[in-house]
Design a protein around this ligand. Structure first.
Ligand code: SF4
Ligand code: SF4
Length: 168
């Protein structure tokens, strides 16, 4: 049985007060493309409900619904009548999962390593560059890796990823 964790609830509300405004109308879930594709298995309203109830284990350990399935399309944020910043709240939950060393999808680790190495979550490949050219999009400037490394070191980014690797 999941117990309500009032401290965890308070922590989440403190990090994003908009959580407090949710009245569980379900508009977010009905506008969510991932909810549609997964036939409701992924359900943003439920993640918000669990957050309001402080169901820490459900959110961080069981990950049901799995917050990593959110593709951050922002449809729910646009449609929410209460202006709840769902994606910001999900971001906070994801950070907590990583810091706790709980498992999360491999693809996010690959992207994090790519940011450290290339300054981009998805490295530019020739096909991407060609496609951008075809679409008339501007070329992507390469990041200043030296500056970026300084910032990542200052925020312990690499160390945090390593913590996770140690627990794998
Ligand atoms: S749309 Fe907004 S108010 Fe309605 S359930 Fe979702 S987060 Fe809550
Ligand atoms: S941002 Fe995430 S939760 Fe919101 S509609 Fe898009 S996929 Fe669904």
């Amino acid at each position: 049985m999941q117990m309500v964790d009032f401290e965890f609830r308070k922590e989440l509300i403190k990090e994003d007060f908009s959580l407090n405004y949710c009245y569980q109308c379900g508009t977010c879930s009905s506008s969510c493309p991932v909810a549609l594709v997964t036939k409701g298995e992924y359900n943003p309203r439920k993640i918000i409900e669990q957050s309001l109830l402080g169901l820490k284990d459900m959110l961080l350990k069981d990950q049901k619904p799995n917050v990593w399935l959110c593709c951050t399309c922002q449809m729910c944020v646009e449609e929410c009548p209460q202006n709840v910043f769902l994606t910001e709240i999900f971001e906070k939950i994801k950070n907590k999962i990583v810091l706790l060393g709980e498992p999360y999808p491999e693809t996010f680790k690959t992207q994090a390593k790519s940011v450290i190495e290339n300054g981009l979550a998805i490295p530019l490949t020739q096909p991407i560059i060609r496609r951008r050219d075809q679409l008339g999009l501007p070329s992507v400037e390469s990041a200043n890796i030296k500056e970026l490394k300084k910032l990542l070191d200052a925020t312990d980014f690499g160390k945090k990823i390593k913590i996770l690797e140690d627990n794998e």
